[in-house]
Design a protein around this ligand. Structure first.
Ligand SMILES: Cc1cc2nc3c(=O)[nH]c(=O)nc-3n(C[C@H](O)[C@H](O)[C@H](O)COP(=O)(O)OP(=O)(O)OC[C@H]3O[C@@H](n4cnc5c(N)ncnc54)[C@H](O)[C@@H]3O)c2cc1C
Length: 468
């Protein structure tokens, strides 16, 4: 029977990164994945394909709506959805093939099949052909990720009533799509189809979009998506979804008035979050008990109740984000190798890849108020940015929250062009505990969108923004 130092179950961004770091540290490493391709949700049906479709649909939208103003005129513009999906599939293939290459390069043994714990040092892999393979491992990292959540009583038929996975492969552009849930995934995939011409109606339980981010961001995002033709039903609870022929019928209730409402649409996307995935993982064989939300409980070292068995990524507590999973993968690998790693969870940025994009890091305004931390806020609108005017991307703003007395940056929240990339500067600033004035005194190339961050820092420092 083979013996490994570390076995990682699950090859998403948490698992494959953990495996690479273990191998780099000289540990004999195995990776188990139940699907034929590596990369998990992120590469196969998550981050990468959704961004590929967001990019394509944005090009189409710009060609249809903004090119003319730039002096570019096109006749007979049309969307070729099969080609759009084929390019997306090609992008996915390049990425998953890249992971397979990295496994070989790092001499990681890959097992294809469903991994399960036999005991605290033995893993069995059940393969598609009915055979199985068993081996031992001194350490095990559970990185089994998550699956889309469902709404009780709503049956997802995967044809008309769909999750994000099916939304990445629709055979046609919907005429009307209902999106249940105003979170990140719903807004991104809703944007894809709205840009391609679908009417998009969002039914959301709470009273704002992207409720985990700073409240200003949700309000601004709502404005820009409304311009794209989105309609919103906030404070509404979905009570049922059924399919009739080529139509879905969504019934929902106004939480304030109790009024019953109904929407008919050719597709309904259920995007109400994701749930940890631990099916047939054999946790009962080692005595690991899930928490009330189905997650694997871990301590501050990401170790489960069983010594030598760790868990990372979407299957444990914390933000369900690829880069959070990656950080945890590196953390556990280094811990197993005897190092003393550290993760600053406050500084894991959150991004929404709509257009304009939304990004945030650190505390929100509400969190600072709840904690009683005195702060000052400075913001700068993109409509005052020369770079944004040049590209006609003037929606949005950058908001900086700094400590009232020390001026240390405590939170940065942005909605605007390319802020998914811009947020990295805020992460660096906060990791090095910069003050708003530190950033305000650093030269930012002109004209760039990043000047908006500098200006917001100037505004937070002493209301000293230069260009407003
Ligand atoms: C549409 C969409 C868009 C997203 N966009 C972003 C984004 O832009 N940025 C971002 O940060 N995050 C994004 N996410 C979230 C991101 O995909 C997840 O946070 C991330 O993939 C979690 O990584 P993970 O390694 O924990 O798990 P996963 O990526 O879910 O990987 C888990 C892997 O484990 C395998 N597995 C499970 N059980 C077993 C078993 N018993 N044996 C063998 N293999 C098993 C699964 O098949 C899977 O491959 C998006 C998600 C979706 C759905």
């Amino acid at each position: 029977m083979s013996q490994f130092d570390v076995t990682v179950i699950g090859s998403g961004p948490g698992g494959y990164v953990a495996a690479i770091r273990c191998a780099q540290l000289g540990l004999k490493t195995a990776l188990v994945e139940r699907y034929a391709t590596l990369g998990g949700t992120c590469l196969n049906v998550g981050c990468i394909p959704s961004k590929a479709m967001l990019d394509s649909s944005e090009h189409y939208h710009n060609a249809a709506h903004t090119f003319k103003t730039h002096g570019i005129e096109l006749d007979n513009l049309k969307i070729n959805l099969p080609q759009l999906v084929a390019r997306k599939n090609d992008v996915v293939k390049q990425n998953v093939d890249g992971i397979a290459y990295l496994m070989k390069k790092n001499k990681i043994t890959v097992f294809t099949g469903h991994g399960s714990l036999v005991d605290k040092t033995t893993v069995v892999v059940n393969k598609a052909d009915g055979s199985s393979e068993q081996f031992t491992s001194k350490n095990i990292i559970l990185a089994t990720g998550s699956k889309p959540s469902a709404i009780p009583g709503v049956e997802i038929d995967k044809k008309r009533i769909i999750t994000s996975t099916e939304a990445l492969n629709l055979p046609e552009v919907p005429k009307h799509m209902v999106v249940i849930g105003g979170g990140v995934i719903g807004m991104e995939l809703g944007s894809v189809y709205a840009r391609l011409g679908a009417k998009v109606s969002v039914v959301e339980f709470t009273d704002s979009l992207i409720p985990t981010m700073d409240a200003t961001m949700g309000k601004e995002l709502q404005k820009v998506l409304a311009k794209l033709g989105f309609e919103f039903y906030f404070g509404h609870k979905v009570t049922g979804v059924v399919t009739k022929g080529k139509q879905t019928i969504v019934t929902f209730e106004d939480l304030k008035t109790g009024e019953q409402k109904e929407l008919k649409a050719d597709y309904t996307l259920v995007s109400v979050g994701r749930r940890p995935y631990t099916d047939k993982l054999g946790l009962e064989n080692v005595g690991i008990v899930l928490d009330e939300r189905g997650r694997i409980p871990v301590n501050e070292k990401l170790e489960t109740a069983v010594s030598g068995i760790y868990a990372i990524g979407d299957v444990v507590k914390g933000a369900m984000l690829a880069h959070k999973a990656e950080e945890e993968g590196v953390f556990v690998a280094e811990l197993i190798a005897g190092q003393h790693p550290h993760i600053n969870y406050l500084l894991i940025p959150n991004v929404v890849y709509t257009w304009p994009e939304v990004a945030g890091v650190g505390y929100t305004e509400k969190e600072l108020k709840d904690k009683g931390i005195p702060f000052k806020a400075g913001s700068f609108p993109f409509k005052a940015s020369g770079r944004a005017r040049a590209s006609m991307d003037t929606d949005g703003l950058v908001k900086v929250l700094a400590h009232q007395q020390t001026d240390e940056i405590l939170g940065v929240h942005m909605i605007g062009p390319r802020v998914a990339d811009m947020i990295a500067e805020a992460v660096v600033a906060m990791e090095f505990r910069a003050s708003a004035e530190d950033i305000a005194r650093m030269s930012h190339a002109h004209p760039t969108y990043t000047e908006a961050f500098k200006e917001a820092c100037l505004a937070a420092t002493a209301n000293r923004a230069l260009h407003m």
